[in-house]
Design a protein around this ligand. Structure first.
Ligand SMILES: *Cc1c(COP(=O)(O)O)cnc(C)c1O
Ligand SMILES: [Zn+2]
Length: 400
């Protein structure tokens, strides 16, 4: 009986990402009390756990339940997120003479983006803690995902997004019954509005990294990459970085899999590349020393709405991943994103989000510069479906 009720989570505690101070994972937590920085989940990985358990598990991110924070299965709020395919891009590999080019297609997730992973986890934990309503500042996809999972959990949903966000994002939120506020500005302006709307703290703020569990949903991409590639890893992973949860989460997943022994202890981990829009490149400017940090960075809108995050709270965590993995950063223009969308569409039958197209163009530029060798194995993350971005790209399909 026990196994039907308990998910057998091995979560042990949370730790401040800045100073390491520990916090209970059995109480509702937001940012760390010590440094006001993101909290990171820690698990007991010392007890042996056989990866054979995965063989009969469901094809969703919940197949890794021992390594996830939800304590009781009954609290899982799921729409079937995760376990997205890794597709071989053989046509593009041939055109550019690359040995191995694959794309993990996160556009196939519920609500059309990888935000489903993070919000499924955050809303499941919110349910576990008895939360009755959630609020989020969003560039689009996160708000849609939160609205869907809140609807499924019977929670109130308040979404704050830029007015210029394509209609598809707004409309889908309405269909999930969310309260939507439109703001003139970018996601940081939406965050200020969230503070104002939620001054009494009646709703749980599920902003990127301001609660601990969206990160735990996003990290499952790292588990899947390892499992789907048969416990080997690519040489390089390219990720479109906004708030950075995926970049940080994938790297966290690799460390956990090594600690568990599911990945060999001497495995060479991938170099992690953070791709941003030239219109909003706070991480690049800090990485290249143009600014001390992104706290005052001013960004412009981009057709890759998810990359318009001017002041990410997880900046230092992202920089740490780039440094530890010997990765790099790359900026992509609006025109380059459109070119990438056309190329992935025309050559591979994929209608990717501009964020995913940016990642492919970054690979091309890094090959041209010599940072990436054509003989290396390359994994692109397409984080969303192109369908919601029609307003941003309509009429540009045929222009060459
Ligand atoms: C949110 C988003 C991103 C950026 O993700 P972060 O976790 O904020 O780095 C990239 N692509 C798409 C499609 C998104 O919706
Ligand atoms: Zn701290």
């Amino acid at each position: 009986m026990e196994t039907n009720i308990r998910s057998a989570s091995r979560i042990r505690n949370l730790a401040c990402s800045s100073c390491g101070q520990q916090y209970s994972s059995f109480e509702l937590q937001k940012l760390s009390g010590c440094c006001a920085m993101p909290l990171v989940s820690e698990y007991d990985l010392s007890e042996p756990l056989s990866k054979e358990i995965l063989a009969k598990r469901e094809g969703t991110m919940w197949r890794y339940r021992e390594l996830l924070p939800v304590l009781s299965k009954s609290n899982i709020v799921s729409l079937g997120e995760g376990f997205t395919p890794i597709l071989e891009l053989n046509n593009l590999a041939a055109k550019y003479e690359l040995s191995s080019l694959v794309l993990k297609d996160e556009g196939q997730n519920p609500t059309g983006s990888f935000k489903a992973r993070g919000l499924s986890m955050a809303i499941s934990k919110a349910k576990e803690f008895g939360v009755t309503g959630c609020i989020i500042p969003t560039a689009g996809n996160a708000g849609v995902a939160m609205a869907a999972y809140c609807a499924r959990a019977g929670m109130k949903a308040v979404v704050v997004m830029p007015r210029h966000t394509p209609a598809a994002f707004k409309e889908e939120c309405y269909w999930y019954g969310a309260e939507v506020h439109l703001i003139d500005g970018l996601i940081n302006d939406c965050a200020a509005k969230v503070q104002e709307l939620n001054a009494d703290g009646g709703l749980l703020d599920v902003s990127t990294l301001k609660e601990p569990y969206r990160l735990e949903g996003k990290k499952t991409m790292g588990y899947e990459i390892a499992e789907q590639l048969n416990w080997s890893l690519p040489d390089v992973i390219l990720y479109p970085a906004g708030g950075g949860t995926g970049l940080i989460g994938i790297w966290k997943a690799f460390q956990e899999l090594k600690a568990l022994g599911w990945l060999a202890s001497d495995i060479k981990l991938p170099r992690m590349v953070a791709v941003q829009a030239e219109n909003c490149r706070p991480l690049i400017d800090t990485y290249t020393g143009k600014q001390a940090n992104a706290k005052q960075y001013v960004g412009k809108p981009t057709i890759a709405n998810g990359l318009a995050v001017p002041r990410p709270i997880g900046e230092n965590m992202m920089l740490r991943v780039i440094q530890e993995s010997e990765g790099t950063v790359m900026g992509i223009t609006e025109a380059e994103m459109l070119e990438g969308m056309r190329e992935l569409g025309h050559r591979e039958g994929l209608f990717v989000a501009p964020e995913g197209a940016a990642v492919w163009m970054a690979a091309r530029k890094l090959i041209t510069s010599g940072w990436l060798s054509p003989s290396e194995s390359i994994l692109l993350l397409n984080t969303g479906s192109g369908q919601k971005y029609l307003e941003n790209v309509t009429g540009q399909a045929g222009i060459r």
